[in-house]
Ligand binder design. Structure first.
Ligand SMILES: C[S@@+](CC[C@H](N)C(=O)[O-])C[C@H]1O[C@@H](n2cnc3c(N)ncnc32)[C@H](O)[C@@H]1O
Length: 276
């Protein structure tokens, strides 16, 4: 949703891109007249791709290796005019089998965006069946979570993404033409491994602290758990005025170009007060 991002954040002084990934949005912002972009990512390999892609912008781009929940005015060196989040996993991460994110590419059960914390294998093989079922239900919004958790518990140890995908498919069956039966389970485990909801809940209020009056925060999320959190935070934060009554969605043309954008929901808000 590059054009919506540049519409809300273009021609501003300094923008923090909390999820710089391969640097696509950062490049578009710099081209749209943003003075400086600070690109945050917890994945060192994403940062090296962004660094190379954005090298021609010189010192207008600076990278920050961190989880976004760690980013505050000290990290950034003062207040800023915009903050962007493009949440979730990147295509680069999904496509690299050895990172263990994908049910379509075989690899070890890892799913960590950074190098810290427990892996997917730790959760899948060590959580009690009931906790696993709750996690798959909550983060995957998967109705068949109990059946899936039971199949996982019976087939432990599970060490590869392919093995997990087959165990889940065996438990729930495959609908011809439908999405992969393990899609929701993989999403749930990835969200838990990377503590994605906790990261966002901790970071959004800090983003508001970072903004100058008139500064804007833009969030692109990919499922209703994230979008609900963004919606409530924007609505309940007295220092923000909401710029998007309803979340904006990608155009059909964008979805044709990039099928992963299909579920994207963009919300934007502006800081209205002077800092306390
Ligand atoms: C969807 S991609 C962003 C793609 C980027 N907008 C682009 O144009 O290339 C999300 C990125 O955010 C990073 N990420 C996700 N959660 C994070 C967190 N809590 N802290 C820092 N980076 C995070 C991931 O490692 C990934 O590289």
């Amino acid at each position: 949703m590059v054009s919506e991002v540049t519409e809300f954040l273009g021609r501003r002084g300094t923008v923090v891109d909390m999820t710089v990934g391969a640097g696509g949005h950062a490049a578009a912002l710099l081209e749209a007249g943003v003075g400086r972009v600070l690109g945050v990512d917890r994945d060192p390999s994403a940062l090296s791709v962004a660094r190379e892609r954005l090298a021609s912008f010189g010192d207008r781009f600076r990278e920050v290796a961190a989880r976004f929940s760690e980013v505050d005015a000290t990290t950034v060196g003062g207040r800023v005019d915009g903050v962007l989040y493009d949440l979730g996993v990147s295509s680069m991460q999904l496509d690299e089998g050895e990172r263990g994110f994908g049910y379509r590419v075989d690899g070890p059960l890892d799913m960590r965006m950074g190098a810290d914390g427990p892996t997917a294998s730790d959760l899948v093989n060590e959580l009690p069946e009931n906790d696993l079922a709750n996690l798959i239900f909550e983060y995957g919004q998967e109705r068949l979570s109990r059946r899936i958790a039971r199949a996982i518990a019976r087939n432990r140890p599970i060490t590869t993404t392919d093995q997990l995908a087959r165990v889940v498919a065996g438990a729930v069956g495959r609908r011809p033409g439908g999405p992969h039966p393990a899609r929701r389970t993989f999403q749930a485990i990835r969200i838990a491994v990377n503590r994605e909801i906790e990261e966002l809940a901790a970071s959004l209020p800090q983003a508001v602290d970072l903004l100058v009056p008139g500064g804007r925060v833009v969030v692109i999320s990919y499922h209703s758990l994230e979008d609900g959190l963004v919606k409530r935070t924007f609505r309940d934060e007295p220092r923000l005025t909401v710029l998007t009554k309803k979340p904006q969605r990608p155009t059909e043309q964008e979805v044709v170009r990039n099928p992963r954008a299909r579920s994207a929901l963009l919300r934007a808000a502006e800081r209205v007060d002077e800092a306390a």
